[in-house]
Design a protein around this ligand. Structure first.
Ligand code: CP
Length: 359
């Protein structure tokens, strides 16, 4: 059966552990993997800018012996003429064996995956999910700390719109002895749903702080994030928050000697360049690990392809009582023609199947 990766929770803990094991073997024995994907093609469909994610997918496929097609901007292809996500995906599936797609709308990768019989990897859908960044973060933590258990993980910055933060919490909450310290200004606090449905539902200890200095001595991992200009509708709020957390050598004086510092990158100013020479700064090693985990993922998904079924949400309803359309203006349903508004009933009410927003 075809497998896509839309959300990190599409992978079981065993599957994540398996990908980490394969990625570590690729690092140790790259020659074993040089021809695994000979004659296979990946299509990288990037509607939003990217450096790391696109390069690492393309580099991953090339290092597996395959090849690459795609676009790095929607202005470079027929999207500029108004082609829908569904039609772009269907067209791409005529030429490629697997798709990696980044799009500015929540739920867009799900729409692509629903319309093709080849695996689709979500390379970032708006402020919703970025599961391969999470896999990259997990491999980095495993390489740096040797374990996922009994770690205190500090997440700092934009915890509201930061898709990498939400996915990392969902993934790490599965391991024993994990504790989170959530460091953000009031305006960018972690969404209530992440607290109640992931942290509290799994009895994961966490505290919310506004001070990075207060959190620092307790941390085994510090995950810094960028305040994302592109997610703010009011630029004055962005201007007010920019620069609120800047990690520098002074702040690191109270950190553990073996703490590791991660950042999905790109950074703006939240990590001073003076920190780059500190051995605890793992964020450029993290970029490198991104290629190896994506090699492992491409191999895993191609093992299962092809199949004529897209992702399927059991129990999805087209028009549940009193629900007409998704309320999230960033949802793919707000721009894509011809897709059904569908909702799934959960303990806390109906949710959009594309972007998870409550109805
Ligand atoms: N971390 C990340 O997604 O970087 P890019 O936007 O450069 O792909």
């Amino acid at each position: 059966m075809k497998k896509d990766l839309i959300d990190i929770t599409d992978l079981t803990t065993e599957e994540i552990d398996g990908l980490i094991t394969v990625a570590e073997d690729i690092i140790a024995n790259p020659d074993k993997y040089r021809e695994i994907c000979k004659y296979k093609k990946i299509a990288t469909l990037f509607y939003e800018p990217s450096t790391r994610t696109r390069f690492s997918f393309e580099s991953a496929m090339l290092d597996l012996g395959g090849s690459v097609i795609g676009f790095s901007s929607p202005t470079d292809c027929s999207v500029a003429k108004g082609e829908s996500v569904a039609d772009t995906a269907r067209t791409t599936a005529c030429f490629a064996d697997i798709i990696a797609m980044r799009h500015f709308k929540d739920g867009s990768a799900f729409v692509a995956a629903s319309n093709v019989d080849i695996p689709v990897i979500n390379a970032g859908d708006g402020g919703h999910n970025h599961p391969t960044q999470t896999l990259t973060d997990l491999l980095t933590i495993h390489k740096e700390k040797g374990t996922f258990e009994n770690l205190t993980v500090g997440l700092c910055g934009d915890l509201k719109y930061g898709r990498t933060v939400h996915s990392l919490i969902a993934a790490m909450a599965r391991y024993k002895g994990i504790r989170f310290i959530l460091i953000s200004p009031e305006e960018l606090k972690i969404p209530e749903a992440v607290k109640t449905e992931v942290l509290e539902a799994n009895s994961i200890p966490y505290e919310e702080l506004t001070s990075l200095e207060e959190a620092m001595p307790k941390l085994d991992v510090l995950y810094m994030t960028r305040i994302q200009r592109e997610r703010f509708s009011d630029p004055s709020v962005y201007d007010k928050l920019l620069g609120i957390y800047i990690l520098d050598n002074k702040k690191l004086e109270s950190a553990k000697k073996d703490m590791c510092i991660l950042h999905p990158l790109p950074r703006v100013n939240e990590i001073d360049v003076e920190v780059d020479d500190d051995p605890r700064a793992a964020y450029f090693r993290q970029v490198r690990y991104g290629k190896f985990i994506r090699m492992a993922l491409i191999m895993k998904l191609l093992e299962n392809a092809p199949n004529a079924e897209g992702p399927y949400i059991e129990g999805a309803e087209e028009f549940p009582p009193d629900v007409k359309k998704c309320k999230n203006p960033r949802c793919i349903t707000s721009i894509e023609q011809g897709i059904k508004q569908q909702f799934i009933k959960t303990d806390s009410g109906y949710r959009c199947i594309y972007c998870d927003t409550k109805a």
